[in-house]
Each structure stands twice: as structure tokens, then as C-alpha cells.
Ligand binder design. Structure first.
Ligand SMILES: [Fe+2]
Ligand SMILES: [Fe+2]
Length: 565
């Protein structure tokens, strides 16, 4: 039997010319147990022997602070964690909880293609696909065909390239896998395709394939009235705290909401180690690469089925942006876009510009030069692509205490070119901000018969959406009273309104203490986590709403932008 198998392997080897096994080694990686072991070592050394066998809510918080030293967790957040984790559990429980979060999506098979995700390319007839294996597949490829093609129709095969990336090796597990990338070309714009990725597993002498996924090729941007729907989010992450819940909700609703693609406005994984601990040689510049893998495994049910576009945020900056540069490949144009830092893309009737809050925005800087050139080109094309959206990680305006304020660098340009909408994040909350200039509102919405705020904002500056509520721990305090420019804000399970207002929406006005709120039976910390959905219905109408991870309507904000014609 063994002889037969060996013979078969040789035949395959000769037939498919996969004979070079010299650089193929089997990488045994267990993302969950490596992670538990890493945190256990850290907690025991940094926070005491009590964490040798048990993890409690404070330990869980210490793990999150390790990844995001700015994050805060007050009584409501902690209450939530205690309910979720229990207080004082063994690491086996922690491991079980993480396994439940990621389900059976993680394969321990090092040749299994995982972390599949799509991205737009500069042309609608091509779609980029990327994936990961922990051990090298030879002759990697993507196979794709129209959904309408029958089984007897051959797949189109596109050859992939593979590469890896290195980060400084310390005592914890790092990334030892391969990243694969290929463009599926010759697509019919707007058509529905199915695809799978794969390659040759020389150790087991077999071809390996991923699951089959579906996607819709990007439409040609030649029709200002072609409806497209974007999903927007920021400050996502995985188990820190609810990034997985956001994806779970998306999986439930993306078909019903007809979401075409996702744009994440930075702080993607929180893989970075944002706190220093010298006894274990942990610096604020280190990163735990397994979190990236878990993020992509978590995101795959959405990201393998539609383009997944990004901004970089401050939590992507580790090792000079090494991981994010290797793991995402955003489309580039000839107007000065660079890497994933700043670039733009058309999708249907929307032109999106993705900028970096981590690079210079000074007049004459490469990024600002790109922005102006790109806006000039988008303006010239506005008859067919009427909507312009700018994604940027840090807010131009935000009424969360301690928020950065990037209006001075960007506002004048965005108003000059009549950008319709900005999507930002960074503060772990949601806020809608009226169009404004120098802090003065330029146009307030009018409420339509359905109770929805409608902005007739053409020429008045963008509506700003601070969408940082997709997963990272929330414990934000809002400035009081609510600024005139702040339309809707929520975090920590509350919708916050002006303390001086007796707004009928002031849900918690009668509940003064956390205990009262907790015992009221109406409070859910998760209500203010979620994402946004924007439907650009035609050349003049855009509808937007937030989708909470819960079924509550508390965390729902809706508005519309109507261009005057
Ligand atoms: Fe963040
Ligand atoms: Fe951030």
C-alpha cells in the first residue's frame, strides 16, 4: 500500500511538476492555545500568581489593556465582562470561550486555505483574493466561474503568488504562514461568480481547496443612478471585545440589506501590544500576530464574499505597518496613492477616498497632493459618479472627551470639493455630526414624514459619521452639553443626549445609578455596538442607518442625504 502511495506521489510529482519540496515544512500552529498560553504567561508575570491557574474579569481587562492601553472599562463594561466570562475561571474555560467565538472555523491542518478575503482592484473586471495557509502550498491558484455556469463548464484558473512577512521574534508565537494573492480577471462587471482557492500539498501529495465562495464582480461606474450599498465600521478587532458579534450580525443581515462591500475605517485587528512590560521584554511597539489570523478567520464569512476595503488606523502602525501591508492590498491609481495608506476606488455611483491619520496632512505633503489630485479627478467624473465619501481613521469632529480633531487639516478641502460623507472612527462610540465649518453648523436636517433626518447638504460640507463602535471596548464620556453640531451619539449601552435637554429620547434620565440601570432589565451593554449601512440609491438620494449587534432599536440612527437637482 505504501509503495502504491509513493508511486502515486511520484506520478503526481512528474505530471504536475511539483517536485521541489525543499522549502516546504509543516508548521504546526494552534492559534487558540498559543494565544491562551501567551496571555497566561503575561498575566502571571505582570499581574501576579493568582493568574497562574485562573482568569477573572480583571485579568480579561488586563489582556485588553495590553492591546489597547487607551481603552477604558467602567462599571457597565465590567459588569458585561463578568456576565460573559464569569469571575474566576480556569484557562480551559477561557480557551473554550475563544473556541466558541471562532467556532469550528479554525483548522489545525497547516495546508488548509483559510482567512480568505476579497478586495477591489483598479478595474471592475478584476477582483483580488488573498488567503493564508500555515504551510506552503505549491503552484497556488484561484479557480472561478459564473454562478450560472453549470458543473460541466471549466473553472477559469488564475495563478497566485505567495509571500510571508517577518516581525521581530521574541518569546511568543509569531506568523509562520504564507500569504497568497491573485487577481481574478476577465470578469463581467456586476455578474455573480463562485470561486475557490487552493494549491498542491506536497507533503500529503494532494491538491487542496478552500470552501467555495460567491461574489459579485464590481459594477462599471457609468450610471449615476446605479444603486449600491456599503457597510461601514471602525475599531473592530476580535474578542476585544465584540468584533466577533459584529460579524455575526453582518452574516445574519447582509443579504437582506443587500450590502455590496465593507469599508473599515481603521483599527482593524488590535493585534498590537500597546503596553510595555519589561520583565517579559514586551514593548509598546510589539505585536501578537495570531490576532491578525483570528481576525481574518472571523471575517471570512463576509470578507470572502464581498470586497473588504480599509483605512489604516493607529493600531496598524506596529513594526512600521508590516502586518497590514502584507495582509491587505488596496487598489492604487496614478495620482499618487501609495500602499494601503492613501488610495481611492469607484464602486457604482460612489467614489471613496481612503486616507491615513498616521501620516502627514501638511499642505504640500504627498498625502494632501494625492487628495487634491484625486478630488479634482472625481469632480470631473461627478456626472457619472456623483457621491464622494472620505474614509479616515481619526475624527474631524467628535464630542467624546479627549477626541482628536482633524478638521483643521481636512475640512477646507472637503468642503471645497463638496464631499458628501466622511466615515471615521478611533473613539469607541458612534456619533453623527451635522455638516459644519469651523465648528459652526452649515445646514441642519429637516425631519421627513417618517421621522428621518434629511440633509439637503450639497455645497454645505459632508455629514460626518464617527463609526468606532464595531467591537473595541466602550467606556467613553461625551462632552456636555451636547455641541450644536452633534446630531446623535451613543456608547456604553446608552444613547446620550444633552443633559440639559428633556428630549423624549432620553432613555436613562430617570435611572441615576448603575445598579438602577442594571436592575431595570432594559440595559444591554451591547446595544451600542454595531456598524453602518449606506445605500446610495441613485444620483440624488442616500439612506443611512446603524445596525446594532443586538435586536434593540436603541442603537439605531437613521438619516438621508438628498442632493438638490
Ligand atoms: Fe480604536
Ligand atoms: Fe484608533
Amino acid at each position: 500500500m505504501i509503495m502504491i502511495l509513493l508511486l502515486l506521489q511520484i506520478v503526481l510529482c512528474i505530471t504536475i511538476v511539483y517536485c521541489d519540496t525543499t522549502d516546504v515544512k509543516v508548521n504546526s500552529v494552534n492559534l487558540i492555545s498559543d494565544m491562551v498560553s501567551f496571555y497566561r504567561t503575561y498575566l502571571t508575570a505582570a499581574h501576579g500568581e493568582k493568574y497562574r491557574d485562573m482568569i477573572d474579569s480583571d485579568g480579561y481587562l488586563n489582556i485588553m489593556s495590553l492591546h489597547d492601553s487607551d481603552s477604558k472599562c467602567g462599571p457597565m463594561c465590567k459588569e458585561f465582562i463578568i456576565r460573559k466570562l464569569g469571575d474566576g475561571k480556569g484557562y480551559d474555560f477561557f480557551e473554550k470561550m475563544l473556541t466558541e467565538i471562532y467556532g469550528n472555523a479554525i483548522s489545525l491542518d497547516p495546508f488548509e486555505p483559510q482567512e480568505v478575503h476579497l478586495a477591489l482592484t483598479p478595474t471592475p473586471d478584476a477582483m483580488k483574493v488573498m488567503w493564508v495557509t500555515m504551510s506552503k502550498l505549491l503552484k497556488p491558484f484561484t479557480e472561478y466561474k459564473l454562478v450560472s455556469d453549470g458543473d460541466d463548464k471549466d473553472w477559469t484558473v488564475a495563478t497566485a503568488i505567495d509571500y510571508t512577512y517577518d516581525v521581530p521574534k521574541k518569546w511568543w508565537a509569531t506568523f509562520t504562514g504564507l500569504i497568497y494573492e491573485t487577481d481574478m480577471t476577465g470578469l463581467i462587471p456586476g455578474a455573480n461568480y463562485k470561486y475557490r482557492v487552493g494549491g498542491y500539498d506536497v507533503v500529503n501529495a494532494t491538491m487542496r481547496y478552500s470552501k467555495e465562495f460567491n461574489f459579485k464582480a464590481a459594477p462599471i461606474s457609468n450610471n449615476a443612478n446605479q444603486e449600491v450599498t456599503f457597510g461601514y465600521m471602525a475599531d473592530h478587532g476580535t474578542f476585544e471585545l465584540l468584533g466577533f458579534a459584529t460579524i455575526d450580525k453582518m452574516v445574519k443581515v447582509y443579504k437582506e440589506l443587500s450590502i455590496d462591500l465593507i469599508h473599515v475605517a481603521g483599527d482593524l485587528s488590535y493585534a498590537g501590544l500597546d503596553s510595555e512590560f519589561k520583565p517579559l521584554n514586551i514593548s509598546k511597539d510589539d505585536e501578537f500576530e495570531h490576532i491578525w489570523d483570528l481576525l481574518f478567520i472571523q471575517n471570512e464569512p463576509i470578507a470572502a464574499n464581498m470586497p473588504w476595503m480599509i483605512n489604516i488606523g493607529n493600531h496598524e502602525a506596529f513594526y512600521n505597518f508590516t502586518a497590514q501591508s502584507a495582509r491587505y492590498k488596496m487598489p492604487q491609481n496614478n495620482l499618487g496613492s501609495t500602499g494601503n495608506f492613501w488610495f481611492s476606488y469607484d464602486y457604482g455611483n460612489v467614489h471613496t477616498i481612503s486616507l491615513s491619520s498616521q501620516h502627514s496632512l501638511d499642505a504640500g505633503s504627498p498625502q494632501i497632493d494625492f487628495l487634491i489630485k484625486d478630488l479634482e479627478a472625481a469632480t470631473a467624473n461627478r456626472a457619472t459618479v456623483p457621491w464622494i465619501v472620505v474614509g479616515f481613521h481619526k475624527p474631524l469632529y467628535c464630542s467624546v472627551e479627549g477626541s482628536p480633531h482633524f478638521a483643521d487639516q481636512l475640512e477646507a478641502i472637503l468642503i471645497q470639493y463638496d464631499v458628501d460623507l466622511t466615515i471615521t472612527g478611533h473613539m469607541h462610540a458612534y456619533e453623527r455630526i451635522h455638516p459644519l465649518e469651523n465648528g459652526i453648523v452649515t445646514v441642519y436636517p429637516t425631519m421627513n414624514q417618517d421621522g428621518i433626518d434629511v440633509y439637503y447638504s450639497q455645497g454645505k460640507g459632508p455629514v460626518h459619521i464617527m463609526q468606532g463602535h464595531a467591537g473595541a471596548m466602550q467606556e467613553e464620556k461625551f462632552l456636555q452639553p451636547q455641541p450644536d453640531w452633534s446630531a446623535f451619539r451613543m456608547a456604553d449601552g446608552f444613547v446620550f443626549h444633552n443633559k440639559t435637554s428633556d428630549s423624549k429620547f432620553e432613555r436613562l434620565s430617570k435611572l441615576k445609578k448603575y445598579k438602577d440601570i442594571r436592575d431595570s432589565g432594559t440595559y444591554d451593554y451591547k446595544d451600542t455596538y454595531g456598524f453602518g449601512v449606506a445605500t446610495f440609491a441613485n444620483s440624488t438620494h442616500m439612506f443611512y442607518k446603524t445596525v446594532p449587534v443586538t435586536d434593540s432599536d436603541l442603537g439605531v440612527d437613521t438619516f438621508a442625504i438628498i442632493k438638490r437637482v
